[in-house]
Ligand binder design. Structure first.
Ligand code: HEC
Length: 115
């Protein structure tokens, strides 16, 4: 019975690990914050899009398009060029999971006032 707490602790930590991996900021997220703001929620200029709360698959698609040149923007093409597919996926999941001002007006009961 003595080993039960250890066993429980191991079980809990194994359970917690994937959650932490999902929500921890990827290393390169810090450089994105220079323009897109802390956690991608508060860009430094109105022309710089909010990333926080955006759909992960949209962010991933956009980053891959900048990288391939299908979407053209000198700033973001150079940013995306330096990212691997794994980093793109991790950054997209991270920013999608952050709180931000984006909203979908068509969802009943959701706030409809522009921020
Ligand atoms: C030097 C400023 C700057 C930095 C640093 C930067 N971005 Fe951007 N980002 C922009 C601008 C400006 C746009 C809008 C470009 C356009 O109109 O296509 C943009 C657009 C995007 C978009 C498309 C969003 C949308 O709504 O269509 C994504 C995704 C994105 N950035 C992710 C990132 C990530 C991830 C990083 C960090 C690796 C990053 N950005 C770093 C300036 C920056």
């Amino acid at each position: 019975m003595k080993s039960l707490p250890k066993f429980l602790a191991l079980g809990l930590s194994l359970f917690a690990l994937p959650v932490l991996a999902e929500t921890a900021a990827p290393e390169k997220a810090a450089q994105c914050a220079a323009c897109h703001g802390q956690a991608g929620a508060k860009p430094i200029m109105a022309a710089y899009p909010v990333l926080a709360g955006q759909y992960a698959n949209y962010l991933e698609h956009a980053l891959k398009d900048y990288k391939s040149g299908a979407r053209k923007n000198p700033i973001m093409m150079s940013q995306a060029a330096a990212l691997t597919d794994e980093e793109i996926r991790a950054l997209s999941r991270y920013f999608a999971a952050q709180e931000g001002p984006l909203y979908t007006p068509s969802i009943p009961g959701h706030k409809v006032e522009p921020h």
